[in-house]
Design a protein around this ligand. Structure first.
Ligand SMILES: [Zn+2]
Length: 112
């Protein structure tokens, strides 16, 4: 889906604004991570939060490189990426725990 602004207004490139747009469009999904290419690849990084080296920067063919989308999916429970090309920002959304619980398949109950 590509949204374009009308007239000469300029769309925001601020991550917090893009987060608000994404969460409004995909309620009740919430932001779990972002990647800001214009800010030199600033991103939510669980590895550096744990005091480890960031495995996301550098070329993909480098040993130890981990694709960012993989970290978002496996560690941050993100399931949706929205890319804003004018800002070169990706925001990643995840379902709130209550929604995940509601849509999780239930075990069939045994009938005796
Ligand atoms: Zn990182």
């Amino acid at each position: 889906m590509l949204l374009e602004s009308a007239g000469s207004s300029r769309a925001s490139e601020i991550v917090a604004d893009l987060r608000n747009v994404a969460e409004a469009l995909y309620h009740p999904f919430r932001l779990v991570a972002y990647w800001d290419a214009q800010a030199g690849g600033r991103h939510t990084c669980p590895q550096t939060d744990r005091g480890e080296e960031c495995p996301h920067e550098g070329p993909p063919e480098e040993s130890g490189h981990v694709p960012y989308a993989q970290t978002v999916e496996m560690e941050l429970e993100g399931s949706l990426e929205l890319y804003f090309p004018h800002a070169e920002v990706s925001v990643y959304l995840g379902a709130p725990a209550t929604l995940v619980e509601a849509i999780r398949p239930r075990r069939p109950t045994k009938v005796k």
